[in-house]
Design a protein around this ligand. Structure first.
Ligand code: C5J
Length: 226
């Protein structure tokens, strides 16, 4: 679909995007964050909070795929030799199950392990972009900027987990690189609902200082009515 669409009710003011130049970004919807026995659970978090957004993320993905839009999935995943995992990152968190340790779903946050996979409900389709990132943000240590710019992408719609960590970091990195970013409010979640609310407020404050937000229904309706 190659025509500008406007989300009139976006926060803090209307957001205009052309699906032909926009990517739907799905951050880290991996077993390690969403299922029991993974990295998120090892940190003492209630993973059911994150599981609740899966149907919404799937609905949004289906709508986006139906108009042929670019999809980028990220995974927070390190190399098996941990050469891209700074000790400062590895040594924080749970003392009993660190990044690279063997847990119930294989080695925690390691590329290729069961826990690092995207959950089956949201599995990437052939042709969709899938990027392993060693940091919280999707640009650090990756080729994401080149992948997007080679496809003429100027606008990004974000979903995924967790709102205030990898989603927020990625959206801030994207904003600094000139992308026009919107966070899909019900397509993102945190283990801490108050952190999600604060992140949404921070990102959209001061005249969209980092970007916009809108519910998935607004995006889906715009796509369907076009
Ligand atoms: C975290 C992420 N929370 N994907 N990663 O460590 O947000």
């Amino acid at each position: 679909m190659n025509k500008p669409l406007t989300l009139a009710t976006a926060t803090p003011f209307p957001y205009t995007f052309n699906p032909a130049h926009t990517a739907l970004v799905v951050i880290d919807m991996q077993r390690d964050f969403i299922e029991a026995g993974g990295f998120g659970a090892s940190l003492g978090n209630d993973v059911t909070l994150l599981q609740a957004i899966v149907p919404t993320v799937r609905r949004m993905l289906d709508a986006w795929r139906s108009v042929g839009g670019v999809v980028l999935h990220t995974r927070e995943a390190h190399r098996p030799d941990l050469s891209d995992c700074p000790p400062a990152k590895r040594l924080r968190g749970s003392p009993t199950l660190r990044i690279g340790d063997v847990g119930p779903m294989g080695r925690v946050l390691i590329a290729g392990e069961h826990g690092a996979e995207i959950i089956p409900e949201l599995a990437p389709l052939p042709g969709e972009l899938v990027v392993d990132k060693p940091g919280k943000g999707m640009f650090y240590g990756t080729t994401v900027d080149a992948l997007l710019s080679h496809r003429g992408i100027t606008h990004l719609l974000f979903m995924g987990v967790t709102t205030e960590v990898c989603v927020q970091t990625s959206m801030r990195e994207a904003n600094d690189r000139g992308y026009e970013c919107l966070l899909i409010e019900d397509g993102t979640e945190s283990y801490f609902p108050e952190f999600k609310a604060a992140a949404l407020a921070m990102l959209t404050a001061q005249g969209a200082i980092v970007g916009w937000s809108a519910p998935s229904s607004a995006v889906i309706q715009a796509l369907q009515s076009a």
